[in-house]
Design a protein around this ligand. Structure first.
Ligand code: TXA
Ligand code: MG
Length: 326
């Protein structure tokens, strides 16, 4: 059931969370599948609904930085600066977990992912939840495991079915999941690139951001960091702008059931379904998952994607594309 997110629906959703039920939640990045973070039985239902392995930790969403000490045992100074600079907003911090809190949500890690979303409906629900004793809300992206994240309420319903209470908060403005910074290793480590870029993080906290590949210790399991993820049904191929025309020509009139997401309209026949790739990374992130879904729905068997530039601004989009293609 999709509900317009008015005060009544938000109250109803907050009571559902308090009562151990799941809610489809709009955020500025993607839609989440939410449960009370401290209710292990409710959180267990998230893993079942998504088909996600139970040892993949979830992000806990909080109304403000005031809730951080309830979940995190300690916040390094550089992490405090990031909170000040980017919350509420699309940034998740991995912090040492308070022992005994949100154990199921953390998937057995001794750390916890925390994020304070800026979407007004997410904020309203988190605040209504607080009034009912729900101090944080665990929410992975509201898609079946391994598939494309949803950026509209209708996407959530098509992934998870009619029975779920979904708050409609419109199209997600950002369109790709939050930037994740691991703050448990003494230096900031980028686990997942997103809308907030590496240079922005470095400027805000005055530290160099390390790559997760540079870590010697194994990083915790993170489905958002699996090599193959965010995959539509069609096979995705990344192709440089320079090569697209030649490859289309090579197919000639036989191009069939081919999706293409590129900046320039191709000179191709009716067998090619073209979508325009925006030249701004923010707009491309906004469009990315809905374009993949839309092309899938048109029954294409392959999706060719113009390879975006290898610059910090495009890191989040490029990361999702590489994993959609893996
Ligand atoms: O933008 C977002 O972050 C969205 C919206 C709904 O807020 N949520 C989201 O959740 O993308 P999910 O579960 O699809 O991705 C969360 C990522 C996963 O890669 C997970 O493994 C990682 O965060 N994560 C969560 N807790 C962690 C922890 N304690 N240590 C390491 N990684 C963690
Ligand atoms: Mg996800």
């Amino acid at each position: 059931m999709i509900f317009a997110a008015d005060d009544r629906a938000i109250e109803q959703a907050a009571r559902a969370l308090r009562d151990g039920q799941l809610v489809g939640l709009p955020t500025e990045t993607v839609y989440g599948l939410a449960a009370n973070a401290t209710d292990d039985a409710a959180v267990a239902q998230i893993f079942v609904a998504k088909g996600r392995p139970a040892d993949h930790p979830l992000i806990v969403h909080v109304a403000s930085a005031k809730q951080v000490p309830l979940f995190a045992a300690q916040v390094p100074e550089f992490a405090q600066r990031l909170i000040q600079a980017f919350w509420p907003g699309p940034l998740t911090l991995i912090l040492p977990r308070q022992s005994g809190v949100a154990t199921a949500s953390a998937g057995g890690q001794d750390s916890i992912g925390l994020r304070c979303p800026s979407h007004p409906v997410a904020q309203a629900l988190l605040r209504a939840g607080l009034a009912l004793g729900v101090h944080g809300v665990s929410a992975p992206s509201a898609n079946r495991f391994g598939r494309v994240s949803p950026t509209t309420a209708a996407h959530v319903q098509s992934e998870l079915g009619q029975d779920l209470l979904i708050l409609d908060g419109g199209e997600c403005a950002v369109g790709i999941e939050s930037t994740i910074i691991d703050c448990t290793r003494g230096e900031p480590v980028l686990l997942r690139p997103g809308h907030i870029t590496r240079p922005q993080i470095e400027a805000a906290c005055g530290r160099i951001v390390l790559d997760k590949d540079a870590l010697t210790q194994a990083a915790p399991r993170a489905s958002g960091t699996l090599e193959s993820h965010y995959a539509p049904r069609a096979k995705v191929r990344l192709i440089s702008a320079h090569d697209i025309d030649a490859k289309l020509q090579a197919l000639g009139p036989h191009a069939n059931n081919l999706g293409l997401w590129s900046a320039q309209r191709p000179d191709a026949g009716a067998g090619v379904v073209w979508r325009e790739q925006p030249t701004s990374p923010e707009q491309a992130a906004h469009d990315l998952f809905s374009v993949l879904r839309d092309l899938d729905a048109r029954g294409v068997t392959q999706i060719w994607v113009q390879l975006p530039p290898d610059t910090p601004e495009w890191e989040g989009v490029l990361d999702r594309l590489k994993r959609a293609a893996a």
